[in-house]
Write a protein that binds this ligand. Structure first.
Ligand code: BES
Ligand code: ZN
Length: 623
């Protein structure tokens, strides 16, 4: 059986050209079966349940595992899994008889199709394999990159198509399965998954997990580290390293309130507990909605609870995304646009309309900038329904899915009234729970159950979903809480350079500061120095403020030593892509590309693969 794999590798090495053609053929086949980013052919054979038995080896940076898949009834002839750099050792049926399998040529983005022949009535098969030390989903974090610096840390990031780099699976958001797992780790460490979780370590280092609700593969997740648990409410709590867990429990004290607000809006939470884990700073995203256990960056630990909307966002995914799931990555806006809408509704319910409008307004500002950039380079990608055929679905992770999606749903709300919209959404989540949704089906539900032809015309549904740019009837969030901030920024830009009084800025949260800085993008070096003297931005511990501040400084030709030092410290420590991309871009804009490359070469090893891929392109560096 090993031979098939070796054969696959030999082809790969010998004829790169043939490999290209084969991969092209495979990609063509992918588009035929519906999901553009998975080799699996669910119409032929589809999975139903996973039993995963794994051992985590920090020294070798590999996971050795056996994935036992139960197939849904009616499987015909062969089953196809997605894999990416997995070393497949054997495939056997329930009785231990070997099954014939084959791996297609490797595509850098999509990996390899693993086709397994199915003798009649085969319902279960076990794949024994080892992950690659460079598996893209897995981040093997050295002790120095953790907060407490004693133990290593491992976490996964499966969305969008990286689950296949650590588990052979039908890696399509349209295919759901339940799972159970047994994971063995160093007994000093705790293992957690997107499933029922332990709250403390045990002496064997063996942990059992159960996810009884069917999930798509992109929600498979694992974290292993020196972790401790602290409850926040009856159904909510946080996991983090020892020195972080109290800070985290303080920062996220409102998790339980958010959960209750979300349930009051759109129906019962379907997943049992809702916990959150604080990961090392290399985590490439702000948050990831792994069911039962949101993965979060430590950069939202601002100390003043000001960045909690990220929790509202990931929690909202427990409905939009995890319950009702985008059918393909072309429908990604259904996951994220709904989630941003729901996030703002949770924030409004817990903190008031004023506060949520302030957040929506920052999103609005960001959207306008991103739409402008896209319209100049790639207008096609400003459609809500995006075409990602043959591309990495990561290309679709932009403000379009999130904030254009949000603005569209908000326009629907404002057109039909909140009461009608809420009734529609509540029943949308319950009647489509644990199912997939694509854009066309959503639109027909909208037409059948919510909007009249007249309302549809007024909204311009087709233009919003299939057209480029931002339609002129886009709602504009109420920024009245920012009026004074904007005035302060303008005053500072005047000849007299008046700085806002401490009496005023004492009241400002992260968001007012971000707005203030965003209005000062034209400030000259002299003004930047005045600002830093007064407000010590370079020394700030608030990651959002640091990122904004570094951006405006690095865009200048002259950069102070202090700012340069902070930039290096920040870029080496933090791996959150939302901060990295704009910071490096600002360096390029300011003419500091060599310095950017120098910092990047120090930092790159600590970044997760998804961040590395973006930055390799930006800085044109090869690994
Ligand atoms: N599911 C996303 C993160 C994601 C999307 C990872 C696509 C990989 C592919 C998550 O819910 C998210 O949107 N995170 C945001 C948080 C935010 C909008 C509050 C992030 O990480 O910045
Ligand atoms: Zn999201």
């Amino acid at each position: 059986m090993r031979k098939a794999w070796i054969f696959g590798m030999a082809v790969l090495a010998a004829t790169a050209c043939k490999q290209g053609q084969e991969a092209e053929k495979a990609i063509e086949e992918m588009s035929i079966s519906g999901d553009l980013h998975s080799y699996s052919k669910p119409e032929q054979a589809k999975v139903q349940h996973l039993d995963w038995n794994a051992e985590v080896d920090f020294d070798a940076k590999v996971i050795r595992a056996m994935a036992t898949w139960t197939l849904a009834e009616g499987a015909k002839e062969q089953v196809i899994f997605d894999t990416h750099d997995l070393n497949i050792e054997s495939v056997v049926d329930e009785t231990g008889n070997p099954l014939v399998f084959e791996l297609s040529a490797r595509d850098e983005t999509f990996g390899q199709a693993l086709s397994i022949q199915l003798p009649e009535n085969t319902r279960k098969l076990s794949i024994t394999y080892t992950t690659s030390p460079t598996a893209k989903a897995l981040q093997w974090t050295a002790p120095e990159q953790t907060e407490d610096k004693v133990h290593p840390f491992l976490y996964t990031q499966s969305q969008a198509i990286l689950a296949r780099t650590w588990i052979p699976c039908q890696d399509s958001p349209g295919i759901r399965f339940t799972y159970k797992a047994e994971v063995k780790v160093d007994p000093a460490l705790l293992a957690l998954m997107s499933a029922s979780n332990p709250q403390s370590t045990n002496s064997e280092g063996i942990y059992l997990f159960d996810m009884p609700q069917p999930i798509p593969s992109y929600l498979l997740a694992l974290a292993v580290g020196d972790l401790y648990f602290k409850p926040v409410g009856p159904k909510t709590g946080v996991y983090a390293e020892a020195s972080v867990v109290d800070t985290a429990a303080y920062e996220f004290a409102d998790m339980q309130k958010m959960l209750e607000a979300a349930e009051a809006l759109y129906g019962e939470y379907q997943w049992g507990r809702y916990d959150l884990i604080v990961l090392p700073p290399s985590f490439p995203f702000g948050g990831m909605e792994n069911p039962r256990l949101t993965f979060a960056t430590p950069t939202i630990l601002a100390g003043d609870r000001s960045l909690g909307s990220l929790v509202a966002h990931e929690l909202a995914h427990s409905w939009s995304g995890n319950l009702v799931t985008n059918a393909t990555w072309n429908d990604f806006w259904l996951n994220e646009g709904f989630t941003v809408y729901f996030e703002h509704r949770i924030m409004e319910a817990v903190y008031g309309r004023d506060y949520s409008e302030m957040l929506a307004s920052l999103g609005h500002e960001g959207l306008l900038v991103e739409i402008d950039d896209f319209m100049a380079e790639n207008p096609e990608d400003t459609r809500l329904k995006i075409d990602l055929a043959g591309r990495n679905p990561d290309d679709g992770v932009t403000a379009i899915a999130y904030d254009k999606g949000y603005h569209f749903l908000r326009l629907v709300e404002e057109t039909v009234g909140r009461e009608r919209f809420d009734v529609f959404l509540k029943s949308y989540f319950s009647s489509n729970a644990f199912q997939v949704m694509d854009t066309e089906r959503f639109l027909s539900l909208l037409r059948e159950n919510l909007i009249s032809t007249e309302e549809e015309q007024k909204i311009g549904v087709e233009e919003w979903v299939y057209g480029t740019g931002l339609p002129s009837n886009a709602p504009v969030p109420d920024a009245s809480r920012f009026v004074a901030v904007d005035a302060a920024a303008l005053a500072f830009l005047e000849e007299t350079k008046v700085l806002p009084a401490a009496k005023q800025t004492e009241q400002w949260s992260t968001h007012e500061w971000l707005r203030f800085l965003s209005k000062l993008s034209d400030a000259d070096v002299e003004r930047l120095q005045l600002l830093d003297k007064q407000f010590a931005f370079t020394q700030s511990n608030n990651s959002e403020i640091v990122a904004a501040w570094l951006g405006m400084n690095l865009r200048q030709t002259a950069v102070s030593e202090a700012v340069d030092k902070k930039a290096e410290e920040f870029l080496v420590r933090v791996g959150r892509r939302k901060f990295l991309t704009p910071t490096y871009k600002s360096m390029i804009e300011g003419g500091h590309i060599e310095r950017a490359r120098e910092i990047y070469s120090k930092a790159r090893g600590g970044y997760h693969a998804v961040a590395r891929e973006t930055l390799d392109k930006l800085l044109e560096m090869e690994s």
